[in-house]
Write a protein that binds this ligand. Structure first.
Ligand SMILES: Cc1cc2nc3c(=O)[nH]c(=O)nc-3n(C[C@H](O)[C@H](O)[C@H](O)COP(=O)(O)OP(=O)(O)OC[C@H]3O[C@@H](n4cnc5c(N)ncnc54)[C@H](O)[C@@H]3O)c2cc1C
Length: 629
């Protein structure tokens, strides 16, 4: 973490930027750059990202009376933890959360009508997949962390609660093309309506999204006609794996998923309930929490679960549904989009793979930097078309995965009621096979104006073009600190060039970057701002940190910044020479030739280029960035 660049401040370095108390919401604004509908994980991720930019006016509203307190999602995938690191609160989540280290599988006892037995225990996440574990934390706490970031961001965004979106209209001839009509839900005051005009509107308003409906879009898909219950309980039990994530398949009473919760005592249970008739809603069954507890005990027989308190519970029906496009335009030919939808507004599925909150946040992490760079005049608005394309592909994969996952979870073990059904063993194999997908690290964006073709992929096969930048340890040259290279990429809207090279090639490239008229740094850094304000250049040398002096690296990598012209010493890293920690080996980077890895503001690898191909580097940014004069 870097601070004191523009002067010394005492106190908590997280909040130096604003030094203020949590601001109170004022009057609803009449005009904004971005209006976000919905304070769920998707809306809050976007608001937290946009709050980092003082020049962007963001407003977020929700029909609810205040922040979420309990319930809903709780699974946080490894990839989401990497994103939380970019937002600066991964450590808080690590400290508070339950870590999913192992998963256990239980199956019916062979030859007995009732009873279950443990079939296996496996590692939850494959070794080396991420520097972060898969963790469990109440969705409400995730919201809290985002709210804190928003309050403390450069533009101090505070949600307006009890505001319901009624309708929206588009007039593209106007500077602020979208007019949104809101209704106050505050019963203490007379009913009132208010219009807000916005440059962009983002519907993060959940599965029944009004924004989606106003665009004439629908969720397509099917319902599996299966009711499930979910409950957070404080209970005593003789079931031995209550503090491990456990998948339990019984012979004839259904299936159960146990998710241990943060804090050491609470447990979440996902309980398979009844089959529903065609088009029957789960609410028609009048299921109660007592019934959920009863079924959980039947599935766990011969073990007993004695529930002392139900902290939260809900019932739902499984369905996998997807919207065909996530913005307001049919295609790219006419215009650039000004309305977007994200999260559950675009895709809904079963919660058992723990992906709903994760994919929703991934949607708006993808959209946030794009909106910010268009609004800040850095990138062409055509960039905005890539949001729907990239995230629709992810959602489609999610829906296909979830359909199979949910089916395999529910079906009866072979040899019982459904002889064609998958067995607990088959479910376990599928769980292992899809481990990277559920960890969120498989997301891969296809070539586009912001993702290069994999022409030079061979220079670093461990950084796959389109996938997230897979962090690895390095030693920071100036202070000999062992750090994760990926943690350099913060949610600050900047692009990164990671140059893996020996000193002589690195020096030549830096000379080009700092002096050539075609250099992306020269062309896209706004006048008067620090040299790394749009594109942040970092270097990794294939030598030990004691073999070179910081004063020997090119001046671009020791830039003068801020109002005092202080030197930024954190741009250069050396490989960690300890066994098994050399980043060149870990990520299969060609040590002789080196390479440039271009990383997007959302941590995805945009391209890999040879260190000496200056033309290709300039060309890459030309496709979507705007020259700063
Ligand atoms: C009751 C419930 C239980 C869930 N349980 C689980 C679970 O057990 N496990 C799991 O993995 N996932 C669960 N989920 C799913 C998970 O919470 C979602 O995938 C995730 O929250 C999606 O985030 P989102 O931001 O897209 O939408 P949401 O979290 O649904 O947020 C949408 C927000 O928009 C607001 N809104 C809606 N319409 C309007 C309007 N017209 N005007 C203003 N505001 C509006 C809503 O009040 C809400 O705050 C549950 C979801 C719900 C709703």
């Amino acid at each position: 973490m870097q601070y004191h660049l523009n002067g010394y401040s005492s106190g908590d370095p997280n909040f130096f930027q604003t030094e203020s108390q949590r601001p109170e919401p004022k009057e609803l604004p009449e005009e904004v750059d971005v209006l976000i509908i919905g304070c769920g994980p998707a809306g809050l991720t976007l608001a937290a990202q946009l709050a980092q930019f003082s020049e962007i006016k963001t407003c977020i509203i929700d029909q609810k009376p205040g922040p979420l307190k309990i319930g809903q999602a709780d699974g946080i995938a490894c990839r989401t933890m990497e994103m939380f690191e970019a937002f600066g609160f991964s450590e808080k989540v690590l400290k508070e959360s339950y870590w999913v280290n192992e998963t256990t599988f239980w199956k019916p006892k062979i030859g007995e009508p009732v009873g279950i037995t443990r079939s296996s225990k496996i590692r939850d996440t494959e070794e080396g997949l991420s520097e972060y574990p898969h963790v469990i934390l109440n969705q409400a706490r995730v919201h809290d962390f985002y709210l804190e970031m928003m309050y403390n961001g450069a533009s101090q965004v505070v949600p307006f609660y009890e505001q319901k979106l009624l309708d929206l209209k588009i007039d593209r001839s106007k500077d602020l093309p979208v007019t949104v009509i809101l209704k106050s839900m505050d019963t203490r005051t007379p009913a009132s309506h208010k219009n807000i005009r916005a440059r962009f509107v983002v519907g993060c308003d959940g599965a029944r999204s009004s924004v989606r409906k106003s665009l004439g879009r629908e969720l397509h898909g099917d319902s599996a006609n299966k009711a499930w219950g979910v409950m957070d309980v404080l209970a005593t039990t003789n079931f031995p794996d209550i503090r491990l994530k456990s998948v339990v398949h019984s012979a004839s009473e259904g299936s159960l998923l146990i998710i241990p919760r943060e804090g050491g005592y609470m447990t979440r249970l996902y309980i398979e309930m009844d089959n529903l008739k065609n088009n029957e809603r789960v609410s028609a069954r009048n299921l109660t929490s007592d019934r959920l507890i009863e079924v959980a005990n039947l599935i766990l027989t011969p073990y007993k679960l004695d529930v002392r308190e139900v902290a939260w519970w809900s019932v739902y029906e499984i369905g996998q549904r997807l919207c065909d496009k996530f913005d307001d335009l049919p295609d790219e030919s006419v215009n650039n989009p000004c309305i977007f939808i994200a999260g559950d507004a675009c895709h809904t599925h079963s919660p058992k793979a723990g992906l709903g909150m994760n994919v929703s946040m991934g949607d708006t992490f993808n959209l946030g930097w794009k909106l910010a760079s268009v609004l800040r005049g850095q990138c062409s608005p055509k960039l905005l078309h890539t949001y729907s394309v990239e995230r629709h592909d992810v959602a489609k994969e999610l829906i296909d995965f979830d359909r199979k996952f949910a089916d395999m979870f529910s079906v009866q073990p072979k040899g019982k009621m459904d002889p064609t059904g998958s067995s607990p063993e088959e479910f376990k194999q599928y769980f292992i096979k899809k481990g990277r997908f559920t960890a969120g690290t498989e997301v891969c964006y296809n070539p586009s104006i912001i993702i290069g073709k994999p022409i030079y992929q061979k220079l670093a096969t461990g950084f796959q073009i389109g996938r997230r930048f897979h962090s690895a340890p390095v030693i920071r040259l100036a202070d000999a600190k062992s750090v994760e290279l990926g943690h350099v990429v913060k949610a600050d809207g900047r692009w990164r060039l990671f140059i893996f090279s020996n000193l002589s090639r690195l020096s030549e490239l830096c000379e080009f970057l700092i002096s050539d008229p075609s250099s992306p740094l020269i062309n896209y850094t706004p006048k008067g701002l620090d040299i790394d304000s749009s594109i942040d250049v970092r270097a990794v040398l294939p030598i030990g940190h004691r073999d070179i002096d910081i004063m020997d690296v090119p001046s671009l990598l020791r830039p003068s910044k801020g109002r005092y012209g202080l030197t930024d010493y954190e741009k250069v890293f050396c490989t960690n020479l300890n066994a098994g920690l050399d980043i060149f080996d870990l990520r299969s980077i060609n040590k002789i030739k080196g390479c440039i890895v271009i990383v997007r503001p959302d941590q995805h690898v945009a391209n890999i280029l040879p260190v000496e191909d200056y033309g290709a580097l300039a060309k890459f940014f030309e496709k979507f960035m705007i020259h700063q004069v």
